[in-house]
Design a protein around this ligand. Structure first.
Ligand code: NI
Length: 428
């Protein structure tokens, strides 16, 4: 039996909470699901490269305008931002989808297969949504439609971010999340929280993986130019050999991660991908060029590795009478899921996807520019599986493969996660 006090509390709760999070999650109709599938297929058939998402931008902005949202276009070149003001006061939350495709020739046999051609680094290339950003956009367009239809019930404001160039802007251009922020994305309507979903082949369709704290690595490119002095291969003492020095630099830098990084904080990777130098067997060249990548899950480790890489290369070169010029091109930061926000909002994902389908993700050494948003405001980024039932996610063609295939039943799950994040956040 309820005491009068708890009865009062119950009545108060019922009267003053428009939507309790204990309620069933909001679902989308099969009609809207079909529409989301159609958007996805259209976007899939018309993929565009980073900073060139012109048609994509038009499709999205027309849809958001048709819903009556306040729409801003042309942010960070082709980005689109839609703002939905709910009927009731409350917080601002942001939902993000990325828009760009990759220079990949599609090899799937889906009827809406891409045959698009574009230009990439001066070459003609095929273009494909091989990373699933077509699904992200379609899900967010669907979420915008569903949430618009519930406008009066919404507490607060929902910002829909359609972001170009997640895969990296073309050489010499700026782009992506960093440029959107630079152009003032969070200046007006600064969200309390930002949410993102990435589809992936590593999980069965409809399954979700998340991780509290660091989820995806930072990604930084480095260049080392080793300058020696040219001489005949038969008389190495006549010059300074940059080839042997480069070899020593490659060897010595292996101790940065194995001996100097505190691996109890987080793992890290330093890899070389390019070694270039010399033209002929018996000529010791003037110069050797090295290039590689650094991955981290801890921003302090990252700064330390930058310093260690510079000093190891420079001192090793100095010991041989050579010089090493090190340049680090900082890429995306570590993608960090705010622990408090993660604990608060994963139950929403569990209610939508089913608790048994929500898993803890391992650390992912790939990088994501969602990280920039999550450094500004609390962020939550999750992976949504798209590998069909009966297929092994471990061997299914991965994201970026010309054979990347997404089971479209994931679209309903992803759309509903976006919708319920936006609705639940205000109630928690
Ligand atoms: Ni991607």
């Amino acid at each position: 039996m309820l005491t009068s006090l708890s009865r009062l509390a119950l009545i108060t709760a019922l009267c003053f909470s428009t939507r309790s999070i204990a309620q069933e999650p909001v679902t989308i109709s099969s009609q809207l699901e079909q529409q989301v599938i159609e958007w996805r297929r259209d976007l899939h058939q018309h993929p565009e490269l980073s900073n060139r998402e012109f048609r994509t931008s038009k499709v999205i902005s027309e849809h958001l305008k048709s819903l009556g949202l306040d729409v801003q276009t042309g942010i960070a070149h082709t980005g689109v931002v839609g703002v939905l003001k709910g009927g009731q006061p409350g917080p601002i939350v942001a939902l993000r989808a990325d828009m760009d495709a990759l220079p990949v020739v599609e090899q799937t046999d889906v009827p809406f297969k891409s045959t698009a051609i574009s230009e990439y680094r001066g070459k003609e290339v095929g273009v494909m949504h091989a990373c699933g950003h077509d699904l992200h956009m379609a899900m967010l367009m669907g979420a915008a439609q569903k949430l618009s239809s519930m406008k009066d019930e919404i507490q607060g404001t929902v910002v829909f971010i359609f972001q170009p160039a997640e895969e990296g802007a073309p050489k010499g251009e700026e782009g992506g999340a960093e440029l959107m922020l630079k152009e003032g994305l969070f200046d007006t309507n600064r969200p309390e929280a930002v949410f993102g979903i990435h589809v992936g082949s590593a999980l069965p369709v409809g399954h979700v993986a998340y991780r509290e704290g660091p989820l995806m690595a930072s990604s930084d490119r480095f260049e080392i130019t080793v300058k020696g002095q040219q001489t005949h291969g038969s008389r190495p003492w006549g010059g300074v050999d940059p080839i042997v020095t480069a070899g020593q630099i490659i060897g010595n830098t292996q101790t940065i991660v194995s001996r100097r990084v505190d691996i109890t904080k987080a793992p890290a990777v330093v890899s070389f991908g390019i070694v270039e130098g010399g033209v002929r067997n018996n000529i010791i060249p003037d110069e050797v060029y090295l290039e590689g990548t650094i991955r981290n899950f801890d921003m302090d480790n990252r700064a330390q590795i930058f310093e260690d890489l510079k000093s190891t290369a420079q001192m090793t070169a100095q010991a041989s009478g050579a010089q090493a010029h090190v340049h680090i091109d900082e890429g995306y930061p570590v993608t960090i899921n705010n622990p408090e926000l993660t604990r608060k909002m994963i139950p929403t994902v569990e209610r939508v996807a089913g608790k048994e389908k929500v898993h803890i993700s391992p650390l992912i050494t790939g990088a994501e520019d969602f990280s920039y948003y999550a450094l500004e405001v609390p962020g939550l980024f999750v992976f949504l599986g798209v590998t069909p039932e009966g297929e092994n996610p471990a061997t299914a063609p991965s994201n970026h493969s010309p054979l990347f295939f997404a089971d479209e039943s994931a679209l309903k799950v992803g759309t509903e996660i976006y919708v319920n994040w936006a609705l639940d956040y205000a109630n928690l």
